[in-house]
Design a protein around this ligand. Structure first.
Ligand SMILES: Nc1nc2c(ncn2[C@@H]2O[C@H](COP(=O)(O)OP(=O)(O)O)[C@@H](O)[C@H]2O)c(=O)[nH]1
Ligand SMILES: [Mg+2]
Ligand SMILES: [Zn+2]
Length: 305
């Protein structure tokens, strides 16, 4: 049985020249929802590769063997690198409050890299069972001032985890990003039972590459909601365009949007610039300044190359 109608699909896995595609929009083709697809040979995607997370049109559907052909690729909203995954809607920057210890400068860098993707960014703090309630309140207050309402998880209490799960089930495609050892795999295994990715105590983290060879994959967590499983993924320090930086700090862009502050120069970098009206008394201002300085160094080095 074959059907020649076209359907919209989502690439959830990729192997060699094959793609696993989920039907989108709850389209009902019997009980079939996943198809193993190849790309139509005559199609030229303008040298574009197809990535996990891409939306594609499938055709020539073979219901019996669950095969189909990809005939076109939809325009993608964004593309994350290493590993490559397209159309992320939410990044959950994930850090542990202890073991390993919170490194604020690193949290800042991950948040900024995530913000530079132009997606919704949230902050998750794991291992809150290892700190006091007082310390937890202190951190919530700190990150609140950074512009993030942190989600604090505690393996021994599931209420916050259940809230997070409910939230993820409302989002299109989410990903946890953070350094090694903070509990990302533990979280994935809790959200997707049966996944059984290997977790490792922090002290074993030196032995790298153990589970880094598996490919990136999307898991359905509710109707039309997906979670990215990215073994061994650490967000590399992205090089962010210096002109973008003021737009990636809530403490800065909220002053511009909510309070209508205007500097003399439209592209003011809010350093010691003449006519700068930004209120610089926020904790991350020093990180911001450092980032601008180091981007400037990169910027001028690249100009010389
Ligand atoms: N105390 C505590 N330990 C946790 C928690 N979540 C994860 N861990 C431990 O932290 C270690 C690293 O976790 P893993 O999920 O492999 O981290 P990943 O490198 O971010 O994927 C493991 O030994 C976990 O058991 C938590 O909420 N509390
Ligand atoms: Mg892991
Ligand atoms: Zn300014």
């Amino acid at each position: 049985m074959k059907t020649n109608s076209k359907y919209l699909g989502l690439v959830t896995k990729k192997f060699n020249n094959f793609f696993l595609v989920d039907l989108k929009n709850q389209e009902n083709l019997g009980n079939s929802e996943k198809f193993l697809c190849k790309v139509r040979k005559s199609i030229n995607f303008k040298d574009q590769l197809i990535y996990v997370g891409d939306e594609v049109v499938i055709n020539n559907i073979d219901l019996k063997n669950k095969r189909a052909i990809i005939t076109s690729l939809k325009k993608r909203k964004n593309l994350l690198v290493r590993p490559s995954v397209a159309n992320i809607s939410n990044i959950y920057v994930t850090f542990s409050v202890k073991e390993p210890e919170l490194n604020l400068s690193q949290v800042n860098r991950f948040l900024i890299s995530a913000e530079s993707m132009g997606v919704e960014v949230s902050l998750v703090l794991t291992k809150c069972d290892l700190i006091s309630d007082k310390r937890r309140s202190f951190l919530l207050d700190k990150f609140g001032k950074w512009g993030y309402q942190a989600i604090t998880l505690n393996l021994k209490k599931s209420d916050y985890f259940n809230n997070l799960l409910a939230e993820l089930q409302q989002k299109e495609c989410s990903i946890f990003m953070g350094p090694s050892g903070v509990g990302k795999t533990t979280l994935l295994n809790m959200i997707i039972p049966g996944l059984q990715n290997s977790t490792a105590p922090v002290s074993n983290k030196i032995k790298r590459g153990k589970n880094t060879t598996r490919n990136v994959e999307l898991f359905s967590i509710s109707n039309q909601s997906y979670l990215v499983d990215t073994p061994g993924f650490n967000m590399q320090s992205l090089e962010v365009d210096i002109k973008l930086l003021p737009h990636l700090y809530p403490e800065i862009y909220k002053q511009v949007i909510d309070e209508g502050i205007r500097c003399k120069f439209r592209n003011c970098l809010h350093l010691n610039d003449e006519g700068c009206n930004l209120n610089k008394s926020f904790e991350r201002y020093s990180f911001y300044k450092e980032m601008i300085e180091s981007s400037k160094t990169h910027y001028y080095q690249n100009q010389e190359d």
